[in-house]
Design a protein around this ligand. Structure first.
Ligand code: Y39
Ligand code: FE
Ligand code: FE
Ligand code: FE
Length: 230
């Protein structure tokens, strides 16, 4: 298959590429680690679904190992401190919601927002990735769709009683996604990933998820507008 990466003549060994990769790779590794922890927490909050959630958490730890291998393959050391900072706000909001037993907010943060962010990032990355990372990322993104689906199914089944909390959690957390995208825009560009493409893919996934759960087009428009100015 003719890859865009070849066409664009991306130099995966250039200092500029590797410097940007040290942060993007770290974000992905940290994100997978936090996703692993979040699904374990969700398994404790939803005991009747614990086995399924433990399975999802194990997938996340496999993803983390895969992306660590991608960094090693390019001889890049991931900047984990940067990555922890990058996720700090969403991490804090998830922890607070979990401590308060707010399952709906936890599911919105991990299974909708973070999964849609991952799906967008991986979809945009695949055509411009090196061969090694592309194969790994193609396997991972399939799993992420199944994680998003988990959240959609639960929230759809519990929609009437979850609606108000979903709207509040969206209002609180969607602006953070735009802040995160702004933080990473330059580095993503160095990897030939366009911010506009990331935003577009994210909004398509997220809007579709909200629709599958039961929100109307009007609701989705209103909810999507939060944070566009972040
Ligand atoms: O569910 C998951 O596996 C998600 C944790 C992983 C998040 C990955 C976040 C990727 C953002 C990268 C931004 C690059 C432009
Ligand atoms: Fe993952
Ligand atoms: Fe996931
Ligand atoms: Fe741009």
């Amino acid at each position: 298959m003719q890859q865009l990466a070849t066409e664009l003549e991306i130099d995966f060994q250039s200092e500029k590429y590797k410097d940007a990769y040290s942060r993007i790779n770290a974000i992905v590794i940290e994100g997978e680690q936090e996703a692993y922890e979040n699904y374990i927490t969700l398994g404790e909050m939803l005991p009747e679904l614990k086995d399924q959630l433990i399975r999802l958490s194990k997938m996340e730890s496999r993803h983390k190992k895969g992306f660590e291998a991608c960094g090693r393959n390019l001889e890049v050391t991931p900047d984990m401190e940067f990555a922890k900072e990058f996720f700090a706000k969403l991490h804090q909001n998830f922890q607070t919601a979990a401590a308060e037993g707010k399952i709906v907010t936890c599911l919105l943060i991990q299974s909708l927002i973070i999964e849609c962010f991952a799906i967008a990032a991986y979809n945009i990355y695949i055509p411009v990735a090196d061969d090694f990372a592309r194969k790994i990322t193609e396997g991972v993104v399939k799993d992420e769709y199944s994680h998003l689906n988990f959240g959609e199914v639960w929230l759809k089944e519990n929609f009437p009683e979850s609606k108000a909390e979903l709207e509040a959690a969206n209002r609180q957390n969607l602006p953070i996604v735009w802040q995160m995208l702004n933080l990473v825009e330059k580095d993503a560009q160095s990897l030939a990933m366009e911010k506009e493409a990331l935003v577009e893919d994210f909004m398509i996934q997220y809007g579709e998820a909200l629709s599958n759960i039961g929100f109307t087009t009007r609701d989705i428009m209103r909810m999507s507008a939060y944070g566009l100015t972040a």
